[in-house]
Design a protein around this ligand. Sequence first.
Ligand code: PGA
Length: 257
Amino acid sequence: MKKKIIVANWKLNGSIKSISYFLSFLKSKIPLYSRKNIIIIAPPTVFLERVYKNIRNTNVFLSAQNIDVNINGAFTGENSVLMMKDIGVQYVILGHSERRLFHYENDEIITKKFGLVKKLNLVPILCIGETEIEKKSNQTKKILKKQLKSILTVFGETAFRNTIIAYEPIWAIGTGVSANPDDVQLIHQFIKNYIKKYDTISAEKLIVQYGGSVNSLNAENFLKKVDIDGLLVGSASLKHEEFLKIIEISDNILQKK
Ligand code: PGA
């Protein structure tokens, strides 16, 4: 049975106090809820080690929200993938629309970072998705192909093995307006078929999760879909009740299978 991957992307939120509070709930409930899921927390960089100390030896894993394009050197203010690995990070979110928009990361930069993550045997969580204007002008597939192609061109047809792809329509992120689960199912199918044109990998091994205004009320409708392999949760992952509810929903769905 394919596990669902539930990621908490805390973005630029949290404090020592709020994180301790969240983790105390997570630690007490996780043995009950997370048998069939893979749970990943992506805190701000400054809190990575603190979170790691609390989740070590559980089935909750650590993700970075970003890395620098360099491994080390004179790059004031940056953090490298090597350092991330050193402190227990196993996943790295790449290509998030907030980085593309506010930090001017283009496909070229994202591809470079993708290569660094792979080189160190960590797992990229590669975010792709279209804007509202692109959606309205029927360009969703074209945009997704372009974003995937930039990785395929550099790393070859097996690039997406051991990778999580997060389909995150930009218009659905932080807006409270999530995408329609039926539409997302079709898009995930499209993404998998596109990759399978190049790679002989089975659909079972490709992981495509959805992100964009997911909460405990709509999570089930996404997780029930056969090609939605998990969720990337932003604001709803900041509240332990919400996040644990989403994990519980996922566990229940998997248990029925
Ligand atoms: P959201 O964010 O759940 O707050 O929409 C999702 C994301 O940006 O990954």
